[in-house]
Write a protein that binds this ligand. Structure first.
Ligand code: SF4
Length: 243
């Protein structure tokens, strides 16, 4: 077992992926000991990142009180776990926690809410909190708020959803560029990438997601470039009798 783990570490240091057989063994092998495996995983990590770590502060901004009954979850209505239960924290409490995280040197502040998923109103509130935190402090923000409902977020609503999604960028974009970005994103937002990339190209689900996100990033970058170019472009000056 130790030799196999050492071999995998050496392979990783050469940037060689494990074979399928080795990967399954790491995940499922009955003779795999966790501590040697963790040490082996540390070697390529240390090679690439040294001993630096990124601190993410996780804040349960709403705890317990979930009406669902997921058997494994301490937040469920059926759970008897001794947890503190409280509704969503106030904006002031959330901003104070985000500020503490930023001042402590965290690279990311993560807001986690119990519950199956947010309403549209709650989603708007969370989006506002994220914008405000990012405007006030140099910290990334992420949110774990559960599943988005089918209605009104997915089916047939891509035009409005994407309008809302790019609204923060729209203020700094010429309307024509903003419209083009909106239309381009609409092409990759729904089932279309799955039809082409999964059904026709045969990609696995994860790769379809990666490709769609990559396309979205590229479109946003292009729109931002076009906006900056439009701002730099000198306005035409009309002179009487000039050429
Ligand atoms: S929906 Fe989420 S928070 Fe609620 S019980 Fe299930 S896992 Fe827990």
């Amino acid at each position: 077992m130790f030799e196999r783990i050492s071999r995998l570490a050496e392979q990783a240091l050469r940037d060689e992926p494990p074979s399928r057989e080795d990967a399954l063994w790491v995940l499922d092998g009955e003779d795999v000991a966790l501590l040697p495996l963790l040490h082996a995983a540390f070697l390529p990590r240390e090679r690439h990142f040294g001993r630096k770590v990124m601190i993410h502060i996780l804040d349960n901004i709403q705890n317990g009180l979930c009406p669902e009954d997921c058997g494994y979850c301490s937040q469920s209505s059926d759970s008897t776990a001794a947890i503190r239960k409280y509704p969503i924290k106030s904006d002031a409490e959330i901003f104070a926690a985000a500020e503490r995280a930023a001042q402590a040197g965290a690279s990311r502040y993560c807001m986690v809410l119990s519950g199956r998923g947010p309403t549209l109103e709650r989603t708007r509130k969370l989006a506002g909190l994220v914008r405000e935190i990012k405007a006030r402090w140099p910290i990334e923000v992420c949110v774990s708020a559960g599943l988005l409902e089918e209605e009104p977020y997915r089916r047939g609503h891509r035009v409005r959803i994407l309008q809302e999604a790019i609204a923060p960028l729209a203020a700094d974009m010429p309307p024509a560029v903003c419209d083009r970005l909106h239309h381009a994103l609409a092409v990759i937002y729904g089932i279309e990438p799955w039809v082409v990339l999964k059904d026709i190209c045969g990609l696995p689900d994860r790769e379809v997601e990666r490709a769609a996100l990559w396309m979205a990033d590229a479109m946003i970058d292009a729109a931002l470039r076009d906006s900056q170019a439009a701002q730099r472009r000198p306005r035409a000056i009309k002179t009487i009798g000039g050429r």
